[in-house]
Design a protein around this ligand. Structure first.
Ligand SMILES: *[C@@H]1O[C@H](CO)[C@@H](O)[C@H](O)[C@H]1NC(C)=O
Ligand SMILES: *[C@@H]1O[C@H](CO)[C@@H](O)[C@H](O)[C@H]1NC(C)=O
Ligand SMILES: *[C@@H]1O[C@H](CO)[C@@H](O)[C@H](O)[C@H]1NC(C)=O
Ligand SMILES: *[C@@H]1O[C@H](CO)[C@@H](O)[C@H](O)[C@H]1NC(C)=O
Ligand SMILES: *[C@@H]1O[C@H](CO)[C@@H](O)[C@H](O)[C@H]1NC(C)=O
Length: 390
C-alpha cells in the first residue's frame, strides 16, 4: 500500500458532493487545510470562445507572461498579448492556491459585471470551473441583492496543493473539468499520470467520473530544491517554463525526464554574468572532454540569483563511456573550456568569431537570427500541436 494514501485520508473523507437546483450533481475534490500558507497551482481552462491572451489574463487576474509560460508559449513579444486562442483550446492558468475557511481555494480572481451578464453567463465564461451557485454564495447574490453592472464579484476557483508532492516526487496540482465521454484513464493519459494516481488523489470510491466533475490532476514538476541554488526556490510543472533573474533566465521542465533546464531567455533585457567563470561556457551550454578512459561532460549551470547577480557554476559529470546521445550532440570542450576569468566581473556577449559549443538547449542563448528562427519554428509547431490535441 502506498504511504501517500495515508496522506490523502482527510481528503478522501472530505470528498463531497455539491448539488445544485438547476444543474446535474457534480463532484469536486476538496483539500482541507489549516494554515495561511499557499502554493502554486493550475487550472485547466477550456476556452468557451475565441479569446486574446490578454483577455484570458484579465478574466483570471493573472499576468499575460505567466499564462504564456504555463503553456510553453515563447517567445514573449509585444504582440503576444494580442495572440488569439481558439474556442475549445485547453489553456493552463497558473493561480495562487490559498487556504480559505479551512479548504484550499483561490479567491484572487475579481470579475467586473457588465450590463448583459447573468450568473449563468459568468459561470460559462469560466469554462465550468465555477458554478452559478458558487458565484451566488461567494457574493451573497439573491433576489434582493442582484448583480449590478459595474459591480465586482469574487470568483472562487478550485485548487489543491497536497504539499506539491505526488508519489515522493514534486508535483503541481491542476483542477480539471471532466468533459463528455472522458474517463479517469483517458484523462490520466492526457496529462502523463495514471488511473491509480488520479484515484488516490481524488479519493473516488467508484472509478467513474461525470461531465462537470472537477478533478485534481497531479502534474509532475521540476523543483529547484535538489539543485543547490542560492537564495531561490522554484517549482516548474512539466510542459511549462518560468522566467527568473529579472527575466534573464528561462527555466523549463523537460518532459522526457522531468529535469530543470535553465538557459538565458534571450529576451530584450540587460543581463550580465551569463558566463561561467574560468570558461567561455554560457549558462545552459555543455561540452564533452574525451579521454581514453573516460568521458567528462562539462556544463555551465544556473545556481539562482542574489542581489541582482546571476550565479552559475561548472558541473563536471564523468562517464566511463561516452553516452551515445551526448557524443553526437555535444561539441568537444577543447580548446574552449578554459578561458581567462572576466576581469570586470561581467559577461559581455561572446565574440561572434569564437565558435561556441552549442547544444540543443543553448540555442536560445545565441542571439543569432538562425537560433531565434529555429526557436520560433519550434514554438509555432508546439503551439499548433497544442491546439490540435484539443
Ligand atoms: C494542521 O496542522 C497540524 C499542525 O500544524 C498539522 O500536523 C496537520 O497536518 C495540518 N493539517 C492539514 C490538513 O494541513
Ligand atoms: C504580474 O507582474 C507584475 C510585474 O511584472 C508583478 O509585480 C506581479 O506580482 C505579477 N502578478 C502575478 C499574479 O504574478
Ligand atoms: C439577500 O442577501 C442579503 C445580503 O446577504 C440578505 O441581507 C438578504 O436577507 C437576502 N435576501 C433573501 C431574500 O434571501
Ligand atoms: C510531461 O508532459 C508530456 C506532455 O505534456 C507527457 O507526454 C509526459 O508523459 C509528461 N511526463 C511526465 C513524467 O509526466
Ligand atoms: C572533470 O573530472 C575529471 C575526473 O573527475 C577530470 O579528470 C577532469 O579534468 C575534469 N575536467 C574539468 C574541466 O574540470
Amino acid at each position: 500500500m502506498r504511504n501517500s494514501l495515508q496522506f490523502f485520508w482527510p481528503q478522501i473523507l472530505c470528498f463531497i458532493l455539491f448539488s445544485f437546483q438547476f444543474e446535474v450533481q457534480t463532484k469536486s475534490t476538496i483539500e482541507p487545510c489549516n494554515s495561511s500558507d499557499s502554493c502554486t497551482s493550475l487550472l485547466s481552462y477550456l476556452l468557451p470562445w475565441d479569446s486574446k491572451v490578454s483577455e484570458i489574463a484579465t478574466r483570471f487576474h493573472v499576468n499575460v507572461s505567466d499564462i504564456l509560460a504555463s503553456n510553453s508559449l515563447f517567445p514573449i513579444t509585444s504582440s503576444s498579448a494580442h495572440q488569439i486562442l481558439r474556442a475549445k483550446t485547453l489553456v493552463k492558468i497558473p493561480i495562487f492556491c490559498s487556504c480559505v475557511d479551512g479548504i484550499r481555494r483561490s479567491m484572487s480572481t475579481i470579475y467586473t459585471v457588465h450590463a448583459a451578464d447573468t450568473a449563468a453567463s459568468i459561470s460559462e465564461g469560466y469554462g465550468g470551473l465555477v458554478s452559478i451557485e458558487q458565484i451566488k454564495i461567494a457574493n451573497s447574490i439573491n433576489a434582493t441583492n442582484p448583480l449590478t453592472s459595474g459591480g465586482t464579484l469574487v470568483i472562487p476557483l478550485p485548487c489543491t496543493c497536497f504539499n506539491n508532492v505526488n508519489n515522493g516526487g514534486s508535483a503541481v496540482y491542476m483542477s480539471y473539468v471532466v468533459q463528455r465521454r472522458e474517463s479517469l484513464s483517458s484523462i490520466a493519459s492526457k496529462f502523463g499520470t495514471t488511473f491509480s494516481d488520479l484515484e488516490t488523489v481524488n479519493g473516488f470510491w467508484e472509478a467513474t467520473v461525470d461531465p462537470g466533475d472537477i478533478l485534481s490532476v497531479p502534474i509532475a514538476a521540476c523543483s529547484s530544491a535538489t539543485l543547490k541554488w542560492y537564495d531561490e526556490s522554484m517549482i516548474v510543472p512539466n510542459g511549462s517554463y518560468t522566467l527568473t533573474a529579472s527575466n534573464c533566465i528561462k527555466c523549463s521542465c523537460e518532459p522526457m525526464d522531468i529535469t530543470m533546464r535553465c538557459v538565458p531567455s534571450g529576451l530584450d533585457v540587460p543581463c550580465y554574468n551569463l558566463r561561467c567563470k574560468e570558461s567561455n561556457l554560457i549558462i545552459g551550454n555543455e561540452c564533452v572532454e574525451r579521454s581514453e578512459t573516460a568521458c567528462n561532460v562539462i556544463q555551465c549551470v544556473y545556481r539562482g540569483h542574489r542581489g541582482g547577480k546571476i550565479l552559475s557554476s561548472m558541473k563536471n559529470s564523468s562517464y566511463l563511456q561516452c553516452p551515445d546521445n551526448l557524443c553526437h550532440s555535444v561539441a568537444p570542450c577543447w580548446p574552449f573550456s578554459s578561458y581567462p576569468e572576466d576581469p570586470f566581473g561581467m559577461s559581455p556577449k561572446p565574440s561572434p568569431s569564437l565558435p561556441l559549443p552549442v547544444s540543443k538547449a543553448s540555442l536560445s542563448a545565441s542571439n543569432g537570427r538562425l537560433g531565434q528562427f529555429l526557436i520560433n519554428v519550434l514554438q509555432i509547431f508546439l503551439f499548433l500541436k497544442f491546439i490540435l490535441i484539443f
